[in-house]
Design a protein around this ligand. Structure first.
Ligand code: TYD
Ligand code: MG
Length: 479
């Protein structure tokens, strides 16, 4: 018989310790350690019992004829792309995201779409009452969708319900943090409960061939443990992201045992639920009717898909002892690096300027290929010269000031061409490969940041500043 032992578990990072303390040694979080019941089984140190004899497991080779798993596609293209072409039967998926971002909405829509293809789908809500879920369904115009709904948080009731009748194809558990197993002496949402409930649901999925979709709230340290601690247990981890104040939502694959990661699906939250955005580039570059200093269009790649985004920079003289550096949608450390390179190799001294950098549309750009676009936006703002409206930029900046080639140049250029751009600033290597251009797209080779500065000076258009701002015009001494 296993016996119960007490242990102390950090609710933020999941590390265990033998005694309580105010601060977790592993993650440094304050007041995150809670007492939980652990199970001390046979074979565990201190249990005083030896491991029972196991059975022999058959070992096989790598070749064999296993049919490719048949996937369950929802028909919502943005959702299916992120899951790698549809959900794989017998797999467990977490959909994580901030509270209120639209996880329940997304999953209800996906479930309804799967249900309408004749599959058996079940939605178990632990957070909302039947009336609330029905209200949402009505708002989404899905009241007649073939989705069966249950409200329960007790895991043994959930498993018993699922075992009744035909095996469902897809089950949504909204959310995993509310589910608790009666066999554990710990509160719902604690790390022990999360792990135990997830493990039992994964076992159910594997043994029955059903897909389990778990909703997980990503919260600051507090009452509910984040889904981070169960990420390693499931097959696929999707994150649903969105900036407050923007309608765009991005579904991103962080881990996928059955497909590519770094794929994104773009949605727009509207009155009638989430709508797919088929052409996200158009959305992220917005309506750029007139050229403005400080704006550059970056030709990026998200997963397998090219995406054009507008990078905006504002460089203004500062009256503060420590000038401000505010970055939205990009890495602040990378901005510091680009600024240092501009300072060291181009003589652009920005130590006394406030710098604001923003990726339009609420997107978060992680690629180093955005360096050159950021540098172009910064130079354009400082010199008050707007870049040509029809140009895109991409390239990685190295510490020596040289611009390095990046992957998937062809896909980036194709997307720019598709959207009517006529020129591209690209690393020299890519310009040489393409021998000066593609149909209708002129390539300008940028070997280092000095080339970029020269290009902005010759091709940029000067814009009259608003009254009173003339005094801030950069002097030649600053450059
Ligand atoms: P919800 O799916 O409940 O978020 P989560 O499950 O991630 O907590 O969605 C919450 C937000 O979405 C809520 O603030 C309202 C908004 N919303 C719409 O704008 N339109 C809609 O049609 C729906 C259903 C929700
Ligand atoms: Mg919800």
């Amino acid at each position: 018989m296993a016996r119960q032992a007490k242990k102390f578990v950090c609710q933020a990072c999941g590390s265990e310790s033998g005694k309580w303390s105010g601060r977790c040694d592993a993650c440094g979080g304050w007041n995150t350690i809670a007492e939980e019941a652990g199970v001390l089984g046979a074979g565990a140190p201190g249990s005083g019992r030896s491991m029972p004899k196991g059975r022999v497991v058959e070992l096989v080779g790598l070749t064999g004829k296993d049919p490719a798993p048949e996937r369950i596609a929802s028909g919502i293209a943005e959702f299916d792309r992120v899951s790698g072409g549809g959900l794989v039967p017998g797999s467990a998926v977490i959909v994580g995201g901030d509270p209120g971002v639209g996880k329940s909405t997304l999953l209800l829509q996906a479930l309804a779409a799967i249900g309408s293809t004749g599959r058996n789908v079940v939605y178990i809500s632990g957070e909302e009452a039947v009336a609330q879920v029905r209200l949402r369904a009505r708002r989404l115009n899905l009241s007649d969708a073939p989705v069966t709904l249950g409200v329960e948080t007790n895991l043994s009731n959930i498993l018993t319900t699922l075992a009744e009748g035909p095996v469902p194809d897809v089950v949504v558990i909204d959310s995993i943090q509310t589910v608790w197993s009666p066999t554990l002496d710990a509160a719902p949402g604690t790390v022990s409960q999360l792990r135990a409930a997830t493990q039992l649901l994964i076992n159910y999925a594997k043994s029955r061939g059903a897909v389990i979709l778990l909703v997980g709230h990503v919260t600051k340290e507090g009452q509910l443990a984040g889904p981070k601690v169960i990420e390693h247990m499931v097959d696929t981890v999707l994150y649903f992201e969105g900036e407050t104040g923007h309608h765009f939502r991005i579904l991103r694959a962080i881990k996928n045992r059955f497909g590519p990661t770094d794929e994104i699906g773009v949605f727009e939250m509207s009155d009638g639920g989430l709508r797919e955005v088929k052409n996200p580039s158009r959305l992220f570059i917005g309506d750029r009717e007139s050229a403005n200093p400080g704006s550059a269009v970056f030709a990026g790649i998200e997963g397998t898909r090219p995406l054009l985004v507008e990078i905006q920079a504002l460089v203004a003289p500062s009256s503060l002892a420590t000038p401000r550096r505010a970055v939205v949608g990009w890495d602040g450390n990378r901005l510091a690096m680009v600024l240092a390179v501009l300072d060291a190799h181009c003589g652009m001294h920005l130590a006394s300027h406030d710098i604001y950098l923003n990726v339009a549309g609420g997107l978060r750009v992680k690629e180093p290929a955005a360096d050159l676009a950021v540098a172009a936006a910064l130079v354009s703002s400082l010199l008050n010269l707007s870049l040509p409206l029809d140009s895109v930029v991409f390239g990685e900046v190295s510490l020596s000031g040289a611009v390095r080639a990046v992957a998937q140049g062809e896909a980036r250029l194709k997307e720019a061409q598709k959207l009517g751009f006529q020129s591209a600033l690209v690393p020299s290597e890519i310009a040489t490969q393409k021998k000066g251009g593609r149909d209708g797209l002129t390539l300008t080779a940028i070997g280092d940041l000095a080339d970029l500065l020269g290009w902005v000076r010759t091709c940029g258009t000067s814009v009259a500043r608003s009254a009173g701002a003339d005094a801030d015009e950069p002097t030649s001494a600053q450059l």
